[in-house]
Design a protein around this ligand. Structure first.
Ligand SMILES: Nc1nc2c(c(=O)[nH]1)N[C@H]1C(S)=C(S)[C@@H](COP(=O)(O)O)O[C@H]1N2
Ligand SMILES: [Mo]
Length: 413
């Protein structure tokens, strides 16, 4: 069998959507011949289904891809993806409340019933395959940790400003991140109960959504104490959009590793490949070489970034104010945050506020009394391991890991 070749996530999703629609067409009793006749006549698979659909199917086919309310004041709307608007964090605490947390769905939020839900743990890397019920999972030892979940494409829109060409994918600014307190069972706990073999290599959570999103990690990462099977977020059961009933937490790693709506955990003795570590979530571009079967270096950790709790290009009054922001690194605590009001000529140091948690973030602030006119604020964070936000990040086709300093522009009146 030849493997499918998808470079762009859009093509991949389109192909999967077509496949899904063909399945539905079959269920509606449309013959394969008729299906292709209609397509050949210039119809799209989706239109075909739209025309021949019954009411109940239409209701099932087009629920909104995200269930929670995502008003414009709180989120930038990208269809199945909703970006947190940073200005709303100004009057909040350390954690991002569940209502404000960004959503990134490859397709749509599925509704999972905990009565029938099972987590299958299987594969050659364990001795005792298991099936856990929701109650089984809740009865295992649990921990609570504060960590971020951040999309690999957070900051993607800035590639266009720097390189004059758009990277593929959702044009996030910096709001595809959130920090929450996650409660759940360490993956190590479940892996050990399943008789993890010495020969085990990769661990791959799999989602119950349409695409069965799945993204492997090495056993060593899965065994870290804060890699979890999460069932609660900020003290509440996981909301449907964030993976109810159970999601993976893989601290510091690209958002996609934090698989939502988990139904299966595969443990292998061989490296595992899925579309999400061969075609997407790999670096493709002039500065990167393919690493077969992956089309480029495979992403694991996120990178050091900062954001201001201010609207983009917003208007402010010319009064003395506290400017606030947050910086985060997967490698450790933040050691220092500098800011420049003149595009990098002179730098000052911001005050850091506790807590300062690795793979979560630190809050910082400084006083500012701007004169009327156009202004920019540039921020540069440094972590305790010595990583600093760079001037520039090489272009990659899918726009991952943009962590260069950005000039946040504002109009003061
Ligand atoms: N099953 C499944 N898990 C998933 C996704 C998905 O589409 N399906 N999206 C991933 C991506 S790309 C990101 S950035 C995070 C976003 O988590 P959130 O929606 O809770 O903010 O979930 C990840 N887990
Ligand atoms: Mo993501």
């Amino acid at each position: 069998m030849a493997y499918e070749k998808f470079t762009r996530e859009e093509d991949y999703l389109q192909s999967r959507a077509d496949e899904y629609i063909w399945q539905r067409a079959k269920e509606l009793g449309i013959s394969r011949r008729r299906f292709f006749q209609i397509l050949a006549a210039g119809g799209t698979a989706a239109a075909l289904i739209g025309r021949s659909s019954s009411k109940s199917w239409a209701a099932e086919a087009a629920p909104s891809p995200v269930i929670k309310s995502t008003p414009k004041e709180l989120f930038n709307d990208f269809g199945s993806n909703k970006e947190m608007r940073w200005e709303n964090m100004y009057e909040r605490g350390y954690l991002v409340p569940n209502e404000l947390f960004f959503v990134r769905n490859h397709t749509r939020t599925p509704m999972v019933d905990t009565k029938t839900w099972r987590l299958k743990v299987e594969g050659y890397g364990i001795q005792k395959p298991m099936e856990l019920t929701y109650d089984d999972l809740l009865s295992l030892p649990s921990v609570s940790v504060i960590r971020y979940v951040e999309c690999a494409g957070n900051g993607r829109s800035f590639f266009e400003a720097v390189y004059g060409k758009k990277a593929d994918g959702t044009q996030w600014k910096l709001g595809a991140i959130g920090v929450a307190e996650w409660t759940g069972v360490p993956l190590a706990e479940v892996l050990n109960r399943a008789g993890l073999k010495k020969s085990a290599r990769d661990v791959m959570p799999e989602g119950l959504d349409d695409l069965k999103v799945r993204r492997p990690m090495p056993v060593a990462k899965a065994l870290e104490g804060d890699s979890l099977l999460v069932y609660a977020m900020n003290g509440q059961p996981l909301p449907p959009d964030h993976g109810f009933p159970v999601r993976a937490l893989v601290p510091g790693w690209v958002g996609v590793a934090n698989v939502k709506w988990m139904g299966r955990l595969e443990v292998s003795e061989k490296p595992i490949f899925s579309p999400w570590n061969t075609d997407t979530y790999v670096l493709i571009g002039p500065d990167y070489k393919p690493e077969p079967p992956s089309k480029g270096p495979v992403l694991s950790n996120q990178d050091l970034k900062s954001a201001l709790e201010l609207p983009w290009g917003g208007e402010l009054s010319a009064t003395r104010r506290l400017v606030r922001g947050r910086s985060w690194s997967p490698f450790g605590k933040i050691a220092k945050v500098d800011f420049s009001l003149d595009q990098g000529k002179r730098w000052q140091t911001a005050r850091l506020r506790e807590p300062n948690i690795a793979a979560a973030w630190v809050r910082w602030d400084f006083d500012w009394e701007p004169k009327p006119g156009k202004h920019t604020i540039r921020v540069r964070a440094t972590d305790e391991k010595g990583s600093t936000q760079p001037e520039k990040v090489p272009f990659n086709q899918q726009g991952y890991l943009f962590n260069a300093m950005v000039d946040h522009s504002l109009e003061v009146r």
